[in-house]
Design a protein around this ligand. Structure first.
Ligand SMILES: *Cc1c(COP(=O)(O)O)cnc(C)c1O
Length: 496
């Protein structure tokens, strides 16, 4: 059955998947949601016998119903290939009585690769399907991780160009090095004199500049976004939950139909929302455990029914979760509001206006599958240390937030359900925090000394993504003021 995409904020005409992917956001400022959540049409046993790529096809075809099977398999095979350092694509590692779903085996060793390696292909196919002749220009503001994953995904993809703006003094040295060494003739990286918010505001301004859009169209270009609210990022994330479950089934670790819990280190709420969709497709998931760091807006929300961003923004050792507005939560709010766009729009207006909203008791009752928890910086570090000491397994700071929250959950509930903890980044990406958590003697080492030491103590080879930047030449050295961003884009496109 065809799935069309509606807006979370109004009754605007639903669109096909390919149009939703091209547009990113709805015209009324809402998010695209499927008009119904399709059920898995293969048995879990059948799926257990399939490869990652095959499972991806079986899941994605149910959502991207205007793509032909050929188009889908083309996108999937161009995405999930040797760019990943393991054939399993998303392997499970057992440690400490739980299963860690490692989503960091792609080009930039963070979970963003799972969706951003396929999005460029979904986007170019969507453009063809809708007879768009313009080249697609992706604009991204990044605080570090998304920028590199988007660059790696779009590099040398025909019919696309990508420009990334990052705060010149606001990302880690490794993150900056990863971006400025990016290869690909269609890539462009600019450090701006300002913070991440300035970069994001600058990009949004370019998106809404109609005169610029007209000028672009004349030169054969149009803008698009690789932001995490694009359904082209959400749908590929459903895949690995189905994959993880069916691996456990295939290995005889669970029985068909037996429930598993999932624990997700959460920021923008995209990853855990994908798990929620997977559950609603019929995947036997029990609890969806939402783990936050000290920016615990979501923990408070699940506990009280009040979402309140009026609080201090805390910088933590899990920066990809330092976020006070979890954009993808809107899709869940819409759902628990009974798919009522007006009720959702009112709540989102309150969030914009007062920075807070409160849901009704009736809506809260629909959140019973979720459990919210959080971990402090000390708890996060202690979890890394304990897991290393007990099992020799090293996890990154984001994953450690999830593992810590899981520990508290079990203590509180005694729930012994088999559990998958989603591991969202390689420890090599956050080496300093990870090594400091294990032992404070590492304080004086340089970043790359720490990389080698981590490799030694964890008995894991240094990922290619890190090896690469040790010696890679800097290919991008552009910087600009915030108000020069539109000119930089034109320069990149050689429009003047
Ligand atoms: C983006 C990111 C997260 C948060 O994922 P959301 O989908 O935004 O909730 C967690 N960990 C890492 C390493 C990330 O890069």
């Amino acid at each position: 059955m065809e799935v069309l995409y509606k807006s979370t904020r109004s009754g605007q005409e639903p669109v096909s998947a390919s149009v939703a992917i091209l547009k990113g956001l709805t015209d009324d400022g809402g998010l695209f949601v499927p008009d119904h959540i399709p059920a898995l049409d293969r048995s879990l046993k059948e799926l257990a016998a399939m490869s990652y790529q095959e499972v991806a096809c079986e899941v994605m075809k149910l959502y991207l119903t205007d793509f032909t099977r050929e188009e889908l398999t083309g996108c999937i095979s161009r995405a999930y290939n040797e760019k990943f350092d393991t054939e399993a694509i998303a392997p499970l590692a057992e440690a400490d009585g739980v299963y860690f779903l490692e989503l960091f085996h792609g080009a930039t060793i963070a979970f963003k690769d799972m969706a951003l390696s396929v999005l460029p292909h979904l986007l170019t196919v969507s453009a063809q399907k809708n007879h768009i002749k313009n080249e697609i220009v992706i604009l991204t503001a990044t605080s570090g991780d998304t920028g590199k994953a988007a660059l790696a995904g779009f590099a040398d993809v025909e019919g696309t160009r990508i420009a990334v703006f990052y705060p010149k003094n606001g990302v880690s040295p490794i993150q900056e090095k990863q971006m400025v060494t990016q290869r690909g003739d269609n890539t462009f990286v600019v450090g701006i004199h300002g913070n991440f918010d300035d970069a994001q505001t600058g990009v949004k301004k370019i998106f809404s500049d109609r005169a610029l859009a007209a000028e672009m169209a004349e030169s054969g270009f149009q803008f698009s976004s690789a932001n995490s609210i694009n359904i082209g990022r959400l749908v590929p994330q459903i895949v690995y939950y189905v994959y993880a479950y069916t691996r456990l089934l295939g290995e005889g670790r669970i029985q068909e139909g037996q429930k598993i819990n999932v624990v997700v280190p959460t920021g923008n709420f995209g990853n855990i929302l994908a798990a929620f969709y997977a559950k609603n497709m019929g995947l036997p998931i029990g609890k969806l455990i939402c783990a936050s760091n000290d920016n615990k807006v979501l923990y408070d929300f699940f506990r009280t029914g009040v979402y309140d961003r009026n609080r201090k923004f805390v910088l933590t050792s899990s920066p990809s979760m330092d976020i006070l507005i979890s954009s993808n939560l809107e899709r869940l709010i819409y759902r628990i509001a009974g798919d009522d766009p007006q009720r959702n729009a009112d709540l989102m207006a309150a969030l914009t206006g007062q920075g807070r909203y409160e849901i009704t008791e009736e809506m809260r009752a629909r959140l019973q599958d979720f459990y919210g928890g959080y971990a402090t910086e000390e708890e996060t570090a202690a979890t890394i240390r304990r897991l290393y000491d007990d099992c020799g397994y090293v996890i990154d700071t984001h994953t450690a937030v999830a593992a810590s929250v899981y520990g508290k959950y079990v203590e509180e509930t005694g729930d012994q359900t088999p559990t998958v903890i989603v591991s969202t980044a390689s420890p090599f990406k956050f080496t300093r925090s990870v090594m400091n958590a294990i032992d404070d003697k590492y304080d004086s080492m340089t970043d790359f000394e720490l990389v080698d030491e981590l490799s030694r103590i964890a008995n894991v080879t240094v990922p290619g993504a890190i090896e690469e930047i040790r010696s890679a030449p800097v290919l991008h050295d552009n910087t600009c003021e915030v108000d020069e961003m539109p000119d930089m884009v034109k320069r990149f496109l050689k429009m003047r």
